[in-house]
Design a binder for this molecule. Sequence first.
Ligand SMILES: *[C@@H]1O[C@H](CO)[C@@H](O)[C@H](O)[C@H]1NC(C)=O
Ligand SMILES: *[C@@H]1O[C@H](CO)[C@@H](O)[C@H](O)[C@H]1NC(C)=O
Ligand SMILES: *[C@@H]1O[C@H](CO)[C@@H](O)[C@H](O)[C@H]1NC(C)=O
Ligand SMILES: *[C@@H]1O[C@H](CO)[C@@H](O)[C@H](O)[C@H]1NC(C)=O
Ligand SMILES: *[C@@H]1O[C@H](CO)[C@@H](O)[C@H](O)[C@H]1NC(C)=O
Ligand SMILES: *[C@@H]1O[C@H](CO)[C@@H](O)[C@H](O)[C@H]1NC(C)=O
Length: 363
Amino acid sequence: MHFNPGWNDSSVNLLHVQAVGANSTLHYVWSSLGVPAVLLLYTENEHSTLHINWTQLLSPELAGAIWVEPPSSVLHASAVVFTKLFEYDGANASDPAHALFYPPYDLATFSWDSVNQTLNRTALTAAFWGTGPPGTFRNGSIAFQVTAYEESSRDGHLPGLLHTANSSKLEFVMDGVAPRGNSSRFMLEMVMVEGPGRHRRLESVRSIDDEYTPTIFEMVQLVSEPQGTHAGPGFLQWKTTAYGAREAKRENGIRCRYSPLREVNGTLPGPSIAHAYFGKDLGGLAAINISFGGEDGEIYAGTGYLSWSMLLGFGTPPEDAFSPLVVAIMAVALGTPVVLLVAGAIVVLLLQKKRYSEYEPIN
Ligand SMILES: *[C@@H]1O[C@H](CO)[C@@H](O)[C@H](O)[C@H]1NC(C)=O
Ligand SMILES: *[C@@H]1O[C@H](CO)[C@@H](O)[C@H](O)[C@H]1NC(C)=O
Ligand SMILES: *[C@@H]1O[C@H](CO)[C@@H](O)[C@H](O)[C@H]1NC(C)=O
Ligand SMILES: *[C@@H]1O[C@H](CO)[C@@H](O)[C@H](O)[C@H]1NC(C)=O
Ligand SMILES: *[C@@H]1O[C@H](CO)[C@@H](O)[C@H](O)[C@H]1NC(C)=O
Ligand SMILES: *[C@@H]1O[C@H](CO)[C@@H](O)[C@H](O)[C@H]1NC(C)=O
């Protein structure tokens, strides 16, 4: 993890996370410059390097300020841009499409604390804490908390997402943001940016098993498959829940919904590091809204805290296997009739044998 590589000023936040494997390097670049965003680059070269022309990055013409050497090694490039935070009145309509909206918060106008203060190179975590323009957020702040991983495992905290070494976690946090109404709900808008020749699908994975994320049976993933290269897919993955307290528990779960993926025509609101890598004229943008709170969603108002986790990475998205407890329950549930059947058959056989043996052959 490198903070502002090649730049000696901490008034800008850029975090480069690099992972080197056999024949490949992953580069994650997180930044709150302009519109907060993350850039994901997968290169088929264990020596590929990220380059930043800071003069250009901090200028209005930032296209091309971030690149990778050798450029031909890049097999997958994508970005997620966090554009807006919406607030709406959820009293009547739990479906945000019919709700009354307050003026949205434009995340490009936020000011951010230095990430250097929160960077933990041992735990591989960092947090981007930001507040709205003066007078808007009333002492509240939001954060994008980043975790990188060194191996495949499962998160110890709810929602207990499974991860691989090729993925990172993003936790979106709202802390103390004063709602503007008595039944306010919040919604985060993300815009997906990718190179050409990609096929996206948004899919919902349901399971009967909620052992790892109690009461949540749905996982959502946005998978972007390459066309014409042998690079694997890139993905975003999340469970349909947020939590309304620092200590995430089943009781403070907040229902999380998502809108359909919407193709975006035109240019990306900017500037952002996505511009710096992809340039200004981007094709194939898609946006999605993630909203927090349903009919039962007064938890945020009570605690003033909300946290939602998402995994992003390369390769096939991690898939939950059935937990041992559920396997045991299924084994008992399915096994018992079989055991009864077998036992029944044996008893019948024994009885039959016995019955026959009670009679002596006549001859
Ligand atoms: C790395 O690349 C070499 C040469 O292209 C290939 O023989 C080898 O199998 C690759 N290793 C891995 C782990 O992909
Ligand atoms: C960085 O960008 C500036 C402005 O576009 C340019 O003048 C300069 O030559 C660039 N530096 C490098 C090392 O490419
Ligand atoms: C709530 O919805 C009902 C039925 O759709 C409508 O009659 C009512 O006016 C709405 N109330 C508010 C406060 O929007
Ligand atoms: C904001 O924080 C300041 C200092 O901590 C406090 O005096 C003020 O009352 C707070 N404002 C609100 C709206 O909570
Ligand atoms: C919020 O609730 C309080 C107390 O129930 C009430 O006095 C106030 O008018 C409500 N505000 C709005 C905007 O509905
Ligand atoms: C997200 O919600 C806002 C407010 O309703 C809307 O303007 C925007 O088009 C939505 N975006 C998507 C991707 O649905």
